[in-house]
Design a protein around this ligand. Structure first.
Ligand code: ADP
Length: 480
């Protein structure tokens, strides 16, 4: 007869233990005997028994307590309690604790085997029921998956008829679906389902979008075509699916933007020459004759106003040049040298405002391919803001370090900070935060220029700031 289930005996009375072993062996059960508590764990680690038979007390602890601990770990394991003396209250405790049986003298072999068999049969039934339920639930889930196939068709129908381009990718970057707009924009023919998107759509901007999406949280990129069309593509990762790329045609908006930039560029350019002559004449006035105190005061005011308009016009011109993509110059630049020059230039301003400067500049930074003038402008604007918005005697910390394929520039100050709701908006043109100190002048273009420079390098910029405590601006530029 083949050996049957393993029964674990944990009984304090050795005579009773021997009796039970004999009865169970005779009924072909395998028996493991634990003489002390630590043996229980050892036996369980080798093979989980089908049933535990434990005495009212074992190893100085109540058998019911042992049984409950065991049920915590193996909820479907039947446990039988053996009591030396039959007692109604113990019987009640056995039921309350959820044990499956109760044995007490006189102990006949048949009683022992029958109690074990009853408990095992019940446990088997519970096990079978559980398996059936799991199967039923799995089947209903599979059915729902079939339903989602119908839903998929409905969604495909909707996506096919919308004006935006839609590409659905699986988590391997393979195409699951492209709508009509995408097929016509990229001239796709035939079924491309299951093929890697970068193989099917051979466009450098799509490649860049997907590559960037793995590095940066903001995942959009412009897709330009030779015929002048421009799409704004957005990459959205979707858990359990992969990702979706959506594309909107922004050619018309781009054209309007170009017209506006041309207008701003022309006006700013034309404003520069008269401003230069006004500035020149304010200097000449002082030379042609002695001025009284009031006249000197007025000339100074004219000069300071003209200087601030000139700086605004210069910012506008820079902005329009950057937006028009006239910043194509690329050469090998060493960012640490550019930053050191920028820091040398602001030394006077730091002293004037009693500011301390803490620097952490890595010496062996990798070089970048870029425009040194724009990089200098990036450092100047961020340092300039840190100085401008710092309280007298504050500390400014600057760090420039490499991490992987990126260079990270960080500048912190102890200024007024920026309200959380406005932190994303300060990079917009002309936006000034609501808590910008009244005495601090500015055009609201400095950060927009920095953002355009960072974007041109496929980098990232963001701010972490606590109002009343200070701000830290981060710039990440890829070196690869
Ligand atoms: P602005 O010429 O006004 O300084 P920016 O574009 O450089 O223009 O900055 C936009 C706005 O962001 C500022 O007006 C200011 O409200 C906020 N800001 C920029 N830098 C800081 C800073 N270091 N601390 C506090 N606020 C700042």
């Amino acid at each position: 007869m083949p050996k049957r289930d393993l029964i674990l005996l944990a009984l304090e009375d050795t005579t009773v233990s021997l009796l039970m072993q004999r009865a169970l062996h005779a009924a072909s059960y395998e028996v493991a005997v634990a003489q002390e508590p630590s043996a229980i764990e050892k036996i369980i680690q080798e093979a989980v028994p089908a049933l535990l038979l434990i005495s009212e007390n074992f190893g100085g602890q109540s058998g019911i307590r042992w049984a409950m601990e065991m049920l915590e770990r193996f909820p479907t394991m039947p446990v039988i309690l053996y009591a030396g003396v039959d007692s109604l209250s113990l019987c009640k405790q056995v039921l309350q604790a959820g044990l499956s049986g109760y044995l007490c003298p006189p102990l006949r072999n048949d009683d022992i085997v029958q109690a074990v068999e009853r408990s095992l049969t019940h446990a088997r039934r519970v096990g079978d029921w559980l398996r059936r339920e799991v199967k039923k639930t799995t089947a209903s889930l599979e059915k729902r998956a079939e339903l989602s196939e119908a839903e998929r068709k409905r969604f495909e129908n909707i996506f096919s008829n919308i004006q935006d381009g839609v590409i659905i990718l699986d988590d391997q970057g393979c195409i699951q679906f492209v709508n009509r707009v995408v097929s016509s924009v990229f001239g796709l023919n035939g079924d491309c389902r299951g093929r890697p998107v970068i193989e099917v759509i051979d466009h450098p901007d799509i490649y860049t979008l997907i590559k960037r999406a793995k590095l940066v949280p903001l995942k959009y990129h412009e897709i330009s075509f030779d015929d002048g069309r421009i799409y704004n593509a957005q990459y959205t990762p979707i858990e359990g699916v992969g990702a979706v790329i959506t594309m909107q045609d922004i050619s018309y908006l781009k054209q309007l933007d170009r017209m506006k930039n041309e207008f701003v560029h022309t006006v700013s350019h034309d404003l520069r020459s008269p401003l230069t002559s006004v500035l020149g004449y304010t200097e000449l006035i002082e030379r042609v004759g002695p001025l009284n105190e009031q006249q000197i005061e007025f000339v100074n005011r004219i000069r300071s106003s003209v200087e601030s308009i000139t700086s605004l016009v210069n910012d506008l011109l820079d902005m329009s040049r950057l937006e028009a993509g006239f910043d194509a110059r690329r050469e090998v630049v060493h960012p640490e040298n550019i930053l050191k020059f920028a820091l040398d230039t602001v030394e006077g301003q730091l002293q004037l405002n009693g500011l301390s400067l803490v620097t952490d500049i890595q010496s062996d930074l990798p070089s970048l391919r870029g425009n040194p003038i724009r990089l200098r402008q990036l450092f100047d604007n961020l340092l300039g803001n840190a100085i401008k918005y710092s309280p007298l005697g504050g500390t400014i910390s600057v760090s420039l370090r490499a991490e992987g394929q990126q260079i990270i520039f960080k500048v912190s100050d102890q200024g007024p900070g920026i309200p959380p709701a406005e932190q994303a908006r300060i990079f917009e043109k002309f936006y000034r935060a609501s808590n910008a100190p009244a005495g601090v002048s500015g055009s609201g273009l400095g950060l927009a220029i920095v953002k355009s420079i960072v974007d041109a390098y496929q980098g990232r910029i963001w701010v972490e700031s606590v109002p009343g405590k200070g701000s830290t601006f981060f710039v990440v530029l890829p070196t690869g």
